[in-house]
Ligand binder design. Structure first.
Ligand code: ADP
Ligand code: ASP
Ligand code: MG
Length: 592
């Protein structure tokens, strides 16, 4: 019999009426001939209430006790939903994460799933029950209750769909589906009919709270088609699948992450292993670094900037302080009043001018860009928090995301879902740990050059002017890295195809002359190494492992950029093969 997983978010079970409506949806699916697993979140804003309560008691509640507390929210909902199904005349059983057998690691408040046993679930389903599973929670090997991180019920749902080989995974929420950006912030946003895993993963990590990012890692890894739709209507919703809606559109969506903090470590000795000592100290605290940029610096020192979530700033600064002393770096600065705007799209890899459009939209409103990172399918810019919403709207409008997609847009039909199911089972069987990092490939690209615009003035419009000038000279830009600001100046590094090197250098030299900046630095032959796969950024230790292996091999890293699906590092071309070999060796256990 086909299995359906239906997940109901907090607003979808916020009161008894809504709980009964959710129960009816599940009963309808069962009557249509499916076995049904419901995954439910805590009612309404209950998790927030519990978090606030804990903070009334203490500033730093122990993580283990936090999990004990927060897991109660979901326990309340599962019981009530099961009662609702009963009251409507159908069989139901509620189960906590532990009762299902969702085993996680012991990283309280952001635990990762190791394994899920299906015996009890299957038996309950075969007995005719609708199974009501508590989202967001699990149990570690010592029987401690754990939680998967805020928004983690999505991840429970997709993970259960994967292990059960479900035919559908439906995410019921308070909007009609996935939009080009948060429709509550930008009301003109358009609902997309379909979006690819890679795009959704980048958007979710960039701040699109509609899906928990790790749920999309699961969906991609185990080929689970995810259907996001409204609890309160029968509108068709959005399919999250392998293929994008419109492959030729450069941008499919924009996202805002409001509460970011930037840290810049100044004057880091430019030698192998320096970045590592900073990264590993932060990774040891299970803090995910986001925009990581190391910029080529004048002399033998570099500045290393990165962002972390504002909540993680105090712990991050404690780690940085130790690293600065150890490395004999010049010091550090930080800013906790910044937000990150990102645009995402599979089509941008092949289209020039996307960065220019984004920076021009911000510049036209006098919004200054403090830091930039790009990946093949994402451009992120760090700006002041008080301009964040205005910036998001400007960018959304600049890419005309409110307009309908071209007629060529596609929509996946059911046939690919059946095929997906087979791959899913094989994948589950192969992995020892379900949320294990999987590296699909490590690429060596030896066709690029690097040019660095030094000491460009930190004023609105500077990034736009730089990319306008490059576009006017028809230079195709690949990686873009703008460092954190120092003395009101920032370095912007780009990589370009080697055939465009002299054009790019000419643009940079001319601009330097015009702005009275130092002459650009450059390296005609660089090698770019890209590690890509699933879980790249949420496995916080990966960057540290990569830098450890490169440092041991004596390879110096010139530029770094990260995204949810890949980490790029640029090294001198003469070190390319050595670096590739080192990374392959280091990551052998994760290579698919
Ligand atoms: P649930 O409780 O159902 O899990 P969430 O609040 O976690 O619901 O997620 C739904 C919310 O996500 C929406 O109300 C919306 O404000 C927000 N959101 C952010 N970005 C997007 C987007 N790109 N598309 C749709 N909703 C978005
Ligand atoms: N109740 C949890 C939260 O609010 C998990 C979830 O809703 O997905 O974060
Ligand atoms: Mg949610």
């Amino acid at each position: 019999m086909p299995i359906i997983v239906q997940k109901f978010g907090g607003t979808s079970v916020a009161d008894s009426k809504k709980i009964l409506a959710a129960a009816r949806k599940a009963i309808r699916a069962q009557k249509e001939g499916n076995q049904v697993v419901m995954v439910v979140s805590a009612m309404g804003k209950n998790t927030d209430v519990l978090v606030d309560l804990a903070h009334e008691i203490t500033d730093e509640p122990p993580d283990r006790e936090m999990d004990m507390l927060l897991s109660t929210g979901e326990q309340v909902s599962v019981a009530l939903v099961a009662m609702a199904v009963h009251s409507l005349g159908h069989k139901a059983i509620s189960l906590t994460g532990a009762q299902i057998g969702i085993v996680t690691d012991s990283t309280h408040t952001k635990a990762r799933i190791r394994s899920i046993s299906t015996d009890r679930l299957r038996k309950a389903l075969d007995d005719g029950n609708i199974v009501i599973a508590a989202g967001f929670q699990g149990i570690d090997e010592s029987n401690n209750i754990t939680t998967l991180g805020r928004g983690g019920s999505d991840t429970t749902a997709v993970a259960l769909a994967a292990v059960l080989g479900a035919d559908a995974c439906e995410i019921y929420t308070d909007v009609d589906g996935v939009y080009t950006t948060d429709p509550r912030v930008v009301p003109e946003a358009r609902q997309v009919r379909q979006i690819s895993y890679d795009e959704m993963l980048e958007l979710a990590t960039a701040g699109a709270g509609v899906m928990h990012n790790r749920s999309i890692e699961f969906a991609k890894k185990f080929n689970v088609p995810v259907h996001v739709r409204s609890s309160f209507s029968d509108n068709p919703g959005t399919m999250i699948v392998r293929d994008p809606e419109a492959p030729n559109m450069p941008v499919c969506g924009a996202a805002l992450s409001k509460t970011e903090a930037r840290v810049t470590v100044l004057g880091v000795p430019d030698r192998p292993g320096a970045a590592l000592s900073i990264f590993s100290k932060i990774a040891a605290k299970n803090i995910a670094m986001d925009m990581i940029v190391q910029n080529e610096a004048a002399g033998d020192r570099a500045d290393l900037s990165f962002t972390v979530s504002r909540d993680d700033l105090p712990a991050t600064l404690r780690a940085v302080e130790v690293a600065v002393k150890e490395l004999d770096a010049e010091g550090y600065t930080h800013d906790d009043n910044v937000s990150k705007i990102s645009v995402v799209g599979l089509g941008m890899a092949t289209q020039p001018g996307v960065a220019g459009t984004m920076f021009r939209a911000l510049a036209d409103r006098g919004i200054n860009v403090e830091m930039i990172t790009t990946s093949e399918i994402k451009i992120s810019a760090l700006i002041a928090r008080d301009r964040a919403v205005e910036g998001l709207r400007a960018v959304h409008e600049a890419f005309q995301l409110q307009l309908p997609p071209p007629e060529t847009a596609v929509r996946t039909d059911g046939s690919s879902l059946r095929k997906a199911k087979i791959d899913q089972a094989a994948m589950v069987a192969r992995l020892q740990r379900m949320e294990k990092l999987v590296i699909d490939n490590i690429d060596l690209d030896e066709t690029q050059s690097r040019v660095t615009f030094l000491d460009t003035p930190d004023v609105p419009g500077q990034a736009a002017a730089t990319f306008d000038a490059l576009a006017a000279a028809s230079v195709v830009v690949d990686m873009i890295v703008q460092s954190g600001v120092r003395d009101d100046r920032a370095n912007i590094s780009v990589t370009v195809p080697r055939s465009d090197f002299s054009k790019a250098l000419a643009v940079a030299s001319k601009l330097a002359e015009l702005l009275n900046c130092p002459a650009p630095t450059h390296c005609e032959k660089v090698a770019k190494l890209s590690v890509f796969g699933v879980g790249i950024k949420s496995n916080s230790g990966l960057a540290a492992r990569m830098f450890q292996s490169l440092a041991t091999a004596g390879v110096n890293v010139e530029l770094i950029s990260t995204s949810e699906v890949r980490i790029n590092v640029v090294v001198d071309a003469k070190d390319g093969h050595k670096a590739l070999h080192a990374l392959k060796k280091e990551l052998a256990d994760a290579l698919a």
